[in-house]
Each structure stands twice: as structure tokens, then as C-alpha cells.
Ligand binder design. Structure first.
Ligand code: ASP
Ligand code: MG
Length: 416
């Protein structure tokens, strides 16, 4: 007998029919003798619908009232799922986050879970009940309903799994696992059997929308075995493991686990800026003050020693504002400088813990891109990631070429 926490996302509970299908799935686990805690999202589109309605009444609703409002979406699905389970003869009770003892801080709309009372859940499980919990929400010390940020039901699932010491937290969604890259761009993308938390965090922060980042961090911190799988078809999904030890024992580590990419960046270069202490902070300070996040930063060594080039990237949506700040504040402050901006760029990143123990990943990446005539504009590296900035037009070509070169293609023999 195992204890599973199973989280079903918005599309998985998007209609009455789908809620019934979830009940069927949960029943199968019960029939096999397992204990099950289910966490549900609101029906797909529901949270957005509620937020829009609020906006029609008041452009600046208080965060507390927003939480009162948006937490209702999950309450609908958890009660409906309990009813569907009853209909199948499965004992089940639904609870809101507050009822089930999910204590959070008071940061409305982005609250953090502080503690979970598990006694009542354990009692219900002991009585043979399926416990159905409304995801995405909790309660603060004063008894106010709070929510955990968009996509927060993943975090509810992982946090409950950690608190209950569950055997596995299963995240059921509309894809059948985590892929080597986006299958819409590369038809040869493959589902990964497993991936480490670290790798998943890199891929998630780069735009893979499978899991809420905070939920992955939580799983790593509390060592919760996490599995992403499809609610529409049976399959093993992808296991996200806390560290690579387990993986290393069982298989030859691939060099690269996945390729992330985004066209959502813009690049600025300041040529001929004075090469003196404080310049980097005079460039980036006003940008930080405007709450604009800077991603990659490169500063060149100046051959003559007096001047240098400074390049950095921001999100595409921040392009105009950043340009304005550079023109109106930074350049006058530096007493000149030649500014170039480009918002037709893309960032492509190779991610893999295998990089730690293998040399030559970067050179192979550069060779592959060169063979496709793709010019590299910027490079940055970390222990388990190499990112390049290239022309946006060449992004998909780069992803496909790298996917093939690093042996990730579906039909390629896995050796290298
Ligand atoms: N319903 C919430 C949202 O749409 C939480 C979730 O689905 O995880 O963000
Ligand atoms: Mg989600």
C-alpha cells in the first residue's frame, strides 16, 4: 500500500465529463489498495474569468478580496470530484485549504505555506476516505483566505506530499511528461524518463510551463518524489528526482537533458563606455530601479584599456522602457556612448547535469551552430547550462540542430 498525492490541473477537471474521468482514475488507485489525497485546480479558464470579473467592478481590488474570489474556483472542483467519487461508491470528503489546515503567511495572492496540520487528513485516510483538497489556497493566522500565486495548485500538491511523507506526488496534466524540448518546435522531442530537480528548475525558468517553479523547488527541498503524467492517457510520465545520485546508479548519464529556448528577450549594447570602476552599476542601477530584470550580462575587455563594451538582455516587454532609460539617464550620466538595441533575438539553452563531468559541450554546441550558419551573439554558462543568444529567425533551426547533435532525437541511438 502506498500513499499518493495526486494533483489534477485545470484541463483535467475542465468539464463534468473530465471530473468523472478523474474519479475513475482515483478509484483505480483505491481499488489497488492505495491511500489517495487528491488536489484539484479550478476548471480551466475559471481563474481568469474570475479575475476579469473583478476588473470590471474595480480596477484595483484589494488583494484580500481577490483571494476570497479566486479561491472559489478550486472549491467548485473539489466538491464536484467528491460527488463523482461517491457516485462510484468511493468514500471521499472535500476540503478547502483552510479547512484542511494549510497555514500560510498573509501575503495575499502570493502567500507562502508555513505549515500543514495533517492529523485530520490522516484520520480520514485511516477511515478509508479519499481526501480531496482545493489547491492554490490556504489560510493566514487571522483566518483570512490566501492564495499561492498562479499555478499554485502544484505547490499545494507537493507541500501536502511533503507533510504527509507520501510515496509520490503525481501531477496530472495535459501533457504526458517533461520533454527534451518543445514538441511543437521539434517533432523529434522525446519524453524524459526522469530529470533532476536542478535541471527541471533550469528548464522551468526558461519557459517550460509544465510545473510551477516553486513546486519544483519545494520538491527538491523536501525530497518529494514528483511525477508529471497525463490525465488523459496511461503512461509512466516523467519522474523528477531530488538529486542525480539515483539516476547515476541506474543509467549512463546523458550529456544534455533538454533544450530550452525563448524569443522573449531583447539585447542592448553600449559601445565605448569608459572602463572605470562603477560603470556597470551606473548602467544597470537605473534599470534595476525601474524594476526591470536583467538576464545575461557581458562586458568585454578593452584592448586599449580606456573603453569597454557592455551588453545585456532584458525581457522583450521591457525593451522600450529600457531604451528610454539608457538614452535619457544612463548615456548622459556616462557622458556619451554608442547605444545599440535589438529585440529580434532569441536565447537557446542546453541544460544537463551531465555537463559537470564532461568537457566539450560548448565546443560541440558552437560547431553545430556554425554548421547551420547561425551566428552567436552572446554566450553565458553555469554549471549545468549553456545559453547562447542568436537571431530570432534562426531559433527553431538552432533548437532542431542541437537536439539532433546531442543525440536527443526520438529515433536516434542513445550513445555518445
Ligand atoms: N487555478 C489557479 C490558476 O489558474 C491555480 C492552479 O491552477 O494551479 O492559476
Ligand atoms: Mg498548472
Amino acid at each position: 500500500m502506498a500513499l499518493y498525492v495526486q494533483k489534477f490541473g485545470g484541463t483535467s477537471v475542465g468539464s463534468v465529463e473530465r471530473i468523472k474521468a478523474v474519479a475513475d482514475k482515483v478509484k483505480r488507485f483505491r481499488d489497488d489498495g492505495h491511500q489517495v489525497v487528491v488536489v484539484v485546480s479550478a476548471m480551466s479558464g475559471e481563474t481568469n474569468r474570475l479575475i476579469e470579473m473583478a476588473g470590471l467592478i474595480n480596477e484595483e481590488p484589494t488583494p484580500r478580496e481577490m483571494d476570497m474570489l479566486v479561491s472559489t474556483g478550486e472549491q467548485v472542483t473539489c466538491s464536484l470530484l467528491a460527488m463523482a467519487l461517491h457516485k462510484l461508491g468511493v468514500a471521499a470528503t472535500s476540503y478547502t485549504g483552510a479547512q484542511v489546515g494549510i497555514q500560510t503567511d498573509s501575503a495575499h495572492t502570493k502567500a507562502r505555506i508555513q505549515r500543514i496540520e495533517t492529523d485530520d487528513i490522516r484520520e480520514d485516510l485511516g477511515d478509508g476516505q479519499v481526501v480531496v483538497v482545493a489547491g492554490f489556497q490556504g489560510v493566514d493566522e487571522e483566518g483570512n483566505i490566501t492564495t499561492l500565486g498562479r499555478g499554485g495548485s502544484d505547490t499545494t500538491g507537493v507541500a501536502l506530499a511533503a507533510a504527509l511523507n507520501a510515496d509520490e506526488c503525481q501531477i496530472y496534466t495535459d501533457v504526458d511528461g517533461v520533454y527534451t524540448t518543445d514538441p511543437r518546435v521539434c517533432t523529434k522531442a522525446r519524453r524524459l524518463e526522469s530529470i533532476t530537480v536542478e535541471e527541471m528548475l533550469e528548464l522551468a525558468s526558461l519557459g517550460s510551463k509544465v510545473l510551477q517553479i516553486r513546486a519544483v523547488e519545494f520538491a527538491g527541498k523536501y525530497n518529494v518524489p514528483l511525477r508529471v503524467l497525463s490525465s488523459f492517457e496511461d503512461g509512466p510520465g516523467t519522474l523528477i528526482v531530488a538529486d542525480s545520485d539515483e539516476e547515476e546508479d541506474s543509467m549512463e548519464e546523458p550529456l544534455i537533458s533538454g533544450i530550452a529556448f525563448t524569443a522573449n528577450e531583447a539585447k542592448f549594447t553600449l559601445l565605448n563606455t569608459p572602463d572605470v570602476p562603477g560603470v556597470a552599476s551606473r548602467i544597470l542601477g537605473p534599470i534595476a530601479d525601474a524594476n526591470i530584470e536583467v538576464d545575461m550580462i557581458v562586458q568585454n575587455v578593452a584592448p586599449a584599456g580606456d573603453y569597454t563594451d557592455f551588453t545585456f538582455t532584458v525581457a522583450k516587454g521591457d525593451y522600450k522602457q529600457t531604451m528610454k532609460i539608457l538614452q535619457e539617464l544612463v548615456i548622459p550620466d556616462l557622458g556619451g556612448g554608442d547605444l545599440r538595441g535589438d529585440d529580434n533575438i532569441a536565447k537557446v539553452s542546453l541544460v544537463g547535469v551531465g555537463m559537470r563531468s564532461h568537457a566539450g559541450v560548448a565546443s560541440k554546441m558552437f560547431r553545430t551552430l556554425a554548421e547551420e550558419n547561425i551566428n552567436i551573439r552572446m554566450v553565458s554558462t553555469s554549471e549545468i547550462k549553456i545559453s547562447v543568444v542568436i537571431d530570432e529567425k534562426q531559433m527553431e533551426l538552432a533548437v532542431r540542430a542541437l537536439h539532433k547533435a546531442f543525440g536527443l532525437d526520438k529515433d536516434s541511438v542513445e550513445s555518445e
